[in-house]
Design a protein around this ligand. Structure first.
Ligand code: DP6
Length: 317
């Protein structure tokens, strides 16, 4: 029995589109911050006598589709370890599931870490990142602490790595905590299949990633923030251009982007981004985070979070 804890990440340069859905290779690389809040804790216990894997999610038995996604990852672990045993997986998320906070990132990073150990594999962080990738693309990055870049790669070796860069905080503005309508997996597929702008998005993301890595190397928060906000708006633009269209940002999300622009006019440096949901994440220098949170507090519940640890085994409680 092995237990691991992993944290979600929020991308500054977004992963949106796959080059290979079977191997889960992204169309372009991405860059994110692993958070210090909203952990997922997962325990994997081998049950050799069981006919199937089973999954408990937040205290309830999971749906057959959720179990299938877990089994697909465990099948890879079984192949790597030579074991045929099924497993019982018990997992708990501290984040609101499905509200665009990518609990699949922390979920599959924790599952990969706990499952590898339960099946007796001793994997490097890069190999755990490769394994987590097969569960959910964004999980590739949650294996690593703080800033992490996921190399697009063009084969099975595609994984993330640590990056050093400026220190900053994220102010999450929860404008709507309900379950999102179209999953990111489905929306990514639809964008790639129908948007006339998809290839431009992929190309511009690869360029923005290079520039963002340079900004990290230069310890340049301002440049990193500017690139983050434009990349997020470009991602939402390409998503909205799918057929039928998908809109994740609501009027309340746009109000946060407007408010962030006003903060900058007032000399408080902040930049906004949003994932596949209506909630907006604002980045600021550490010293400005409380002031930014206070100014945005009228627009929704806010949480100030910082860089967090990579996925790790924890001792059973
Ligand atoms: C908008 O990693 O949830 O958060 O690979 O299909 O599981 P799958 O998708 P997922 O998509 C994350 C999309 C995003 C951007 C990002 O995290 O880079």
């Amino acid at each position: 029995m092995s237990t691991a804890r992993a944290y979600p990440n929020i991308a500054l340069i977004k992963y949106w589109g796959k080059a290979d859905e079977e191997l889960m290779l992204p169309a372009a690389g991405s860059l994110s911050l692993t958070l210090d809040t909203f952990a997922t804790t997962t325990t994997v216990t081998l049950v050799p006598e069981a006919d199937d894997d089973s999954l408990e999610l937040n205290g309830a038995e999971a749906t057959p589709e959720q179990v299938r996604r877990v089994t697909r990852l465990l099948d890879i672990v079984r192949e790597w370890s030579g074991s045929t045993a099924h497993a019982r997986v018990v997992t708990r998320n501290e984040a609101p599931t499905g509200a665009g906070l990518a609990s699949s990132a922390s979920g599959f990073a924790a599952l990969a870490t706990a499952a590898a150990d339960a099946y007796g594999l001793d994997l490097s962080a890069r190999d755990l990142s490769r394994l987590a990738r097969r569960g959910s693309g964004s999980a590739t990055r949650s294996i690593f602490p703080g800033l992490a870049m996921w190399h697009a790669g063009d084969d099975e070796s595609s994984c993330a790595e640590d990056v050093s860069g400026p220190d900053f905080r994220m102010i999450i503005v929860f404008v709507d905590e309900s379950h999102k309508s179209v999953t990111s997996r489905e929306a990514m597929r639809r964008t790639a299949a129908t948007s006339p702008f998809h290839s431009a998005w992929v190309e511009s993301t690869a360029q923005s990633l290079d520039l963002a890595l340079q900004a990290c190397a230069d310890d340049d928060f301002t440049r990193l923030g500017q690139l983050t906000e434009s990349n997020a708006l470009r991602m939402h633009a390409v998503i909205q251009s799918a057929e039928p269209p998908i809109r994740y940002l609501t009027a309340r999300s746009i109000a946060v982007f407007d408010a962030v622009e006003r903060l900058r006019e007032d000399g408080l440096e902040a930049y906004a981004t949003a994932d596949a949901g209506p909630n907006v994440v604002v980045i600021s220098r550490p010293a400005d985070a409380d002031a930014v949170a206070e100014r945005l507090g009228d627009l929704g519940r806010v949480a100030v979070v910082g860089p967090g640890p990579g996925a790790a085994l924890i001792s059973e409680e």
